[in-house]
Ligand binder design. Structure first.
Ligand SMILES: N[C@@H](CCC(=O)N[C@@H](CSS)C(=O)NCC(=O)O)C(=O)O
Length: 265
């Protein structure tokens, strides 16, 4: 009797394990399939409403930081040190216009780290990424996916094995990056989001560079359904973007020149 009970239990356990593995496989698209040693932390800068993301491999202790803000560089370096990570890449999704990047400052606070940005950004960095190239940290990787439109050099960093997309200012939660300065183009942005982000599986989480309404994350499926701008036709989207009438970011005049040189102006 005991033997039969044990067998049924084993069968159920095997079924549960199989279901978990099948779910993992759905978002596995070429990267190494390992997730139990993945570290993730979302950080926020209240002045610019910028999200910075710390991603790490808890076995090798290698970590990357996405979109750090200059004024928070000491906070970020302290956290990375406290957690026992070694920062290898300080990355930017694009050349920001509203705040100065923390990558240059972090390089001196955490020697050995290198700055990363898309080649088409026109900004200085140790490593310039082109579309499809990846950075690795431990057994994880972020694939650079070119998503211009807010600026020419905007990239979305996709962690396929964790089903996560760091969309910078291309796709915001229920919004998107403005297209009225730098090399902004609503047509290009619409095409980028629809062809590069909305083609990811619906369950991929969306982590933007900013949120102004207190939201922290979304998903591809959610944005495809509820984004008030990007659910519209291209013509309607262009109309919306051309009539946003947003004031220029307060720090635009200092941010752009500084961000051309890793924030070390
Ligand atoms: N008030 C802020 C700037 C707000 C702003 O313009 N945000 C940008 C992203 S940072 S360049 C944006 O694209 N917003 C889109 C939107 O619909 O709000 C400041 O002064 O810094």
């Amino acid at each position: 009797m005991m033997k039969i009970k044990y067998s049924l239990h084993t069968l159920r356990l095997a079924q549960a394990l199989l279901a978990t593995r099948t779910r993992q496989h759905r978002c596995f698209s070429g990267a190494i399939e390992k997730s139990n040693n993945f570290f993730f932390r979302q950080l926020f800068d209240t002045e610019s409403c910028t999200y910075t993301y710390l991603l790490g491999d808890s076995d090798t202790r290698e970590a990357v930081l996405i979109d750090p803000v200059l004024e928070q560089a000491e906070r970020d370096a302290k956290l990375i040190t406290e957690l026992g990570f070694k920062l290898i890449y300080a990355m930017n999704t694009h050349m920001h216009a509203d705040h100065i990047t923390g990558t240059g400052r972090l390089k001196s606070l955490l020697p050995g780290s290198r700055s990363v940005i898309g080649k088409s950004s026109g900004a200085q960095a140790d490593i310039h990424l082109c579309d499809g190239e990846a950075v690795r940290f431990g057994c994880h990787q972020l694939v650079a996916c070119s998503t211009p439109g807010h600026t020419n050099g905007c990239f979305t960093f996709v962690c396929h094995e964790q089903c996560m997309a760091f969309t910078g200012d291309a796709l915001l939660i229920r919004g998107c990056g403005r297209t009225d300065f730098q090399e902004g183009s609503p047509e290009t942005l619409y095409h980028s989001v629809h062809s590069r982000i909305f083609t990811l599986p619906d369950h991929f989480k969306v982590y933007p560079a900013h949120d102004y309404k207190g939201q922290t994350a979304s998903s591809v499926g959610e944005e495809k359904k509820y984004n008030p701008r990007l659910t519209k036709s291209l013509e309607e989207f262009v109309q919306i973007m051309d009539n946003l009438n947003l004031p220029y970011p307060k720090k635009i005049d200092e941010s752009i020149p500084a961000n051309k040189v890793c924030g070390l102006f």
